[in-house]
Design a protein around this ligand. Structure first.
Ligand code: AMP
Ligand code: MG
Length: 342
């Protein structure tokens, strides 16, 4: 029996109407909402969400903010109530059970320590504390103090047990510092949570450690700038970038340093030589995740221009811009072109 074409057309009308409705829903303009300044992780953070309506965007921002604050509560070693402080007090005596996120950060940190031949090393905490004490006393560290600290440094002395998510530190007095990786990790987590809450795009800026996904409300890429290290107080931008679905981290010696007997020391240390890493005034890394960008920016600061760039060139989807302290020379990896704002 042949169907009447007219009848088929009328039967299809509801389907056509539904398709048009779906199409117009997709065409609805997206809305961009900015969080304003959030004080978290010892920095000023800003979270931006793009979503189909303001309520969704705000819910995504609120969930991301809550997550970053939760991670800060785990990873801030200057907060006596954090899990990291508990690890730093007890794990050199007995295994300490920890949250899965803290465990994962330790695993990532050990991975980057191996990848960078020990340039990235979260066990540098005792060295940092020594330099801080020396800055307060205004006297450089002695050879004996440095030798004592050396015993406590090395990621191979971090013993993780994935069966019960516990950590043990093999040397007495060992302490861990997550200042070089926590923000990048938190940016990744914030991005994931925003996606889960229905945001179609987002930018998480944790004091220069940036994670992004999707596009802006006008379907454009996210625009960002790198500050001039020679003039940190100013608002001069030396390079502008456009990104989506990538992360950026900048490490530089211009924001924080120690002064001992008139000499300035970067807050980034070379664990092998036990000296501060001052050769590069700024290192910006582009990577797929905030964790990678953050860890590698710190590591390249330690490794210096030659070794650092050699490593970055070997890594997939990873680019770098470095500024040499002495000469002010800027060096970029070739692939950086795709991130430059046109
Ligand atoms: P960032 O700003 O990400 O480069 O992190 C710098 C912070 O990481 C410092 O203030 C220290 O708390 C810590 N740190 C210093 N040197 C190292 C290192 N070689 N590896 C890992 N963390 C470090
Ligand atoms: Mg870092």
């Amino acid at each position: 029996m042949e169907e009447n074409p007219k009848k088929i057309f009328y039967m299809l009308i509801p389907v056509i109407v539904l398709c048009l409705l779906v199409y117009s829903k997709h065409k609805k303009p997206q809305i961009l909402v900015e969080s304003g300044n959030i004080i978290v992780m010892n920095t000023i953070a800003k979270i931006t969400a793009v979503a189909k309506d303001e309520k969704t965007a705000r819910a995504a921002i609120d969930a991301a903010t809550k997550e970053v604050k939760r991670l800060e509560g785990l990873m801030n070693r200057y907060d006596p109530n954090s899990q990291l402080s508990l690890v730093n007090r007890q794990a050199d005596k007995e295994p300490v059970k920890i949250d899965k996120d803290l465990f994962e950060v330790f695993q990532r940190a050990i991975y980057y320590s191996k990848l960078t031949d020990g340039a990235f090393d979260i066990t540098v905490a005792p060295l940092i504390d020594l330099f801080r004490a020396c800055a307060e006393a205004n006297t450089p560290p002695t050879a004996q103090q440095l030798a004592e600290v050396k015993e406590k440094i090395g990621c191979e002395k971090i013993l993780l047990d994935a069966n019960d998510f516990s950590i043990r530190l093999a040397a007495g007095g060992m302490k861990l510092d997550l200042g070089a990786i926590a923000k990048g990790y938190a940016a990744d987590k914030a991005v994931a949570i925003m996606k889960n809450h229905g945001a179609t795009g987002g930018l998480v800026n944790l004091g220069g450690q940036i994670g992004s996904f999707g596009t802006t409300e006008t379907k454009g890429k996210w625009m960002l700038g790198v500050q001039d290290p020679a003039n940190p107080q100013g608002d001069k931008i030396i390079t502008a970038f456009a990104l989506n679905d990538s992360a950026i981290a900048t490490s530089g010696n211009y924001h924080r340093f120690y002064t001992i007997a008139g000499k300035q020391y970067s807050h980034i240390f070379n664990p092998a030589t036990e000296t501060s890493a001052d050769a590069l005034s700024s290192v910006t890394i582009f990577a797929e995740t905030g964790t990678a960008a953050d860890a590698l920016a710190t590591a390249v600061s330690v490794m210096g221009a030659e070794k650092g760039l050699e490593l970055i060139k070997k890594l997939k989807n990873t680019e770098a811009i470095i500024i040499v302290a002495e000469t002010g020379q800027t060096i970029k990896t070739d692939g950086i072109q795709k991130f430059l704002a046109k």
